[in-house]
Design a protein around this ligand. Structure first.
Ligand SMILES: Cc1cc2nc3c(=O)[nH]c(=O)nc-3n(C[C@H](O)[C@H](O)[C@H](O)COP(=O)(O)OP(=O)(O)OC[C@H]3O[C@@H](n4cnc5c(N)ncnc54)[C@H](O)[C@@H]3O)c2cc1C
Length: 511
């Protein structure tokens, strides 16, 4: 029987996985969850944008949303706003909101939008959420209970504080056994399974299942088992980032409702508003721009967006874009950066961690024999998901009309587009992305997201097949519904800072 789970790594991946498994299995009896975290290797300390799925994950782990807001310097995220991706101009923007378009799946909204309202940005016509973002509104009211939403939302958070928050909950409420120590060796059974991990001060720690959350070094899966990374830099070129935290000009400065992503000459800049500061970073491709030039673009952006001239020295991070050939091998499964990382566009990394931890917890094998079956399914599911992440991220680049630098010229070269994405783009020349393109039960990105990016980026389908006569009326009904909801919500929802201040003082009603 599987009794001892040993997790190595105390970054967001390690603590989320420990929390989920301990919350859902420990009470069932007998399962011990141990987490080893090196005092010498800090967690990566970035990863501040999440998806709405994080609400479900935090709820499953059993933390209070009000405490999460108080302790993680968290704010609401309702989607992303992309600036300068279409043609690089000053007025070039589009939204990828978290809510589905009104009437999604009922009627061909893109065809009706394109035929009758092409002057309005697609997302702004079919959804109320871009308007909430533009006005800096919160996605719920003070009386909405914890984790419930008026408008679908995820979070922006302080990654360092998030790890400490989860650790405290795991240790105080979930009985996770914590070993602050450095793993220096791996002891194997004769069949090749891991038997125990050798630590500096606590000797050998035995287990039945080992979860590798050691970050990019991938100590167990990558280094010990030699499972290679499938490189993706030929598709998605970014491999470096410069990250910095800057203060607001005043304490009560408005807090943005969305992650802003502003395209640059060889990458893009993220801008995330937390209650106490902005987190800003330039993600770029070192093959196309020097670190100094990248820093100059970052500094220029900060000044242009109202930040100070003097900023702390940005922190440099590098990564090899790619994902592992498999994620679960023998009695070892990698979750987090140890399994792969592409780039932070669309903030999919923590979402993949959540999906991995959830699948592991849902399908936790009872015996060693069952483990190989679960592992095979896990590997198949996550290979599919990583491939989808790559296609979806590349979609943001291939549709750009920018040709101003070699980075954009190469990114928009059809020869550099993955075959899977090329096929989809061929289909979408004559119809909109639909659920039939993404038919798995748990897709990473729903087809609505592809519509938001495709039509946001200026793609036009040739909807040659005549639409049903009643479609125009139905679509108008949904467009009006979106406009009506916009008016209603703008009248009823507080701004982000007002609601966050309320949560910090009074908390939200528990569910
Ligand atoms: C520039 C950048 C921006 C990002 N932005 C986003 C974003 O907006 N949204 C998002 O979802 N994701 C983002 N990510 C990804 C996100 O940061 C990670 O997915 C997330 O933080 C999980 O990291 P981790 O826990 O896997 O690894 P880490 O945080 O690196 O943790 C590794 C852990 O392993 C431990 N460890 C290492 N070696 C040993 C050893 N020998 N013995 C014991 N312990 C050991 C360390 O002590 C540490 O605790 C971003 C990543 C980068 C690089």
């Amino acid at each position: 029987m599987l009794r001892r789970i040993v997790i190595v790594g105390g970054g967001s991946a390690g603590w989320m996985t420990a929390g989920l498994i301990a919350a859902e299995h420990r009470a069932a009896g007998g399962l011990q969850v141990t987490l080893i975290e090196s005092p010498d290797v800090p967690a990566i300390g970035v990863g501040e944008g999440t998806w709405p799925s994080m609400r479900d994950t935090l709820h499953r782990i059993g933390v209070s949303e009000s405490d999460f807001f108080r302790e993680c310097d968290a704010s609401f995220k309702q989607g992303s706003r992309f600036n300068r991706w279409i043609d690089g101009g000053d007025n070039d923007y589009y939204f990828h909101p978290f809510v589905l378009p009104q009437g999604y799946g009922e009627v061909n909204l893109p065809a009706q939008w394109q035929a009758r309202h092409p002057q309005i940005p697609f997302a702004d016509l079919v959804s109320f959420q871009p308007h909430l973002c533009t006005q800096g509104r919160a996605p719920k009211q003070a009386q909405t209970p914890e984790y419930a939403a008026v408008a679908n939302y995820g979070y922006h958070l302080d990654a360092g504080k998030f790890g400490l928050f989860l650790r405290k909950h795991c240790l105080e409420k979930l009985g996770v056994h914590y070993v602050p120590d450095h793993v220096v060796g791996i002891n194997s059974h004769q069949n090749g399974d891991i038997a125990s991990l050798q630590t500096q001060k606590h000797g050998a720690l035995e287990g039945d299942l080992f979860i590798d959350c050691t970050g990019m070094q991938s100590l167990l899966l990558g280094q010990h088992y030699g499972i290679p990374l499938i490189p993706q830099q030929h598709v998605l070129y970014n491999d470096s980032a410069l990250a910095v935290q800057i203060p607001y000009p005043a304490d009560e400065h408005p807090i943005a409702s969305q992650t802003s992503s502003t395209a640059q000459s060889a990458g893009w800049i993220w801008d995330i508003g937390l209650p106490t500061r902005r987190g800003i970073g330039h993600v770029y491709a070192s093959g196309y721009i020097s670190d100094d030039q990248a820093e100059a673009e970052l500094r220029a952006y900060i000044v242009q967006t109202g930040g100070p001239q003097d900023i702390p020295q940005p922190r440099k991070l590098t990564f090899d874009p790619g994902y592992r050939e498999k994620f679960w091998h023998r009695n070892c499964v990698a979750i987090g950066l140890s399994a792969g990382f592409i780039e932070p566009l669309e903030a999919s990394a923590l979402a993949i961690v959540e999906m991995s931890a959830a699948m592991l917890s849902d399908d936790l094998p009872a015996t060693r024999e069952a483990m190989d079956i679960v592992a095979r399914r896990f590997n198949e599911a996550f290979t599919y998901r990583w491939e989808r992440v790559i296609d979806f991220l590349k979609l943001h680049y291939v549709l750009s009309k920018r040709r101003d630098t070699p980075y954009w010229r190469d990114n928009t070269d059809p020869a550099q587009t993955p075959e899977r994405l090329r096929e989809l783009l061929t289909l979408w020349q004559h119809r909109a992305p639909s659920r039939s393109d993404f038919y798995r039960i748990e897709e990473v990105f729903p087809s609505a997201s592809y519509q938001y990016i495709l039509y946001g980026m200026g793609f036009r389908s040739n909807f040659s097949r005549a639409s049903k006569p009643q479609e125009a009326g139905m679509a108008d009904g949904y467009f009006q519904e979106a406009a009506g909801l916009t008016r209603k919500m703008l009248g009823a929802l507080p701004d982000n800072r007002t609601l966050i201040n309320h949560i910090k003082r009074h908390g939200l009603q528990k569910i």
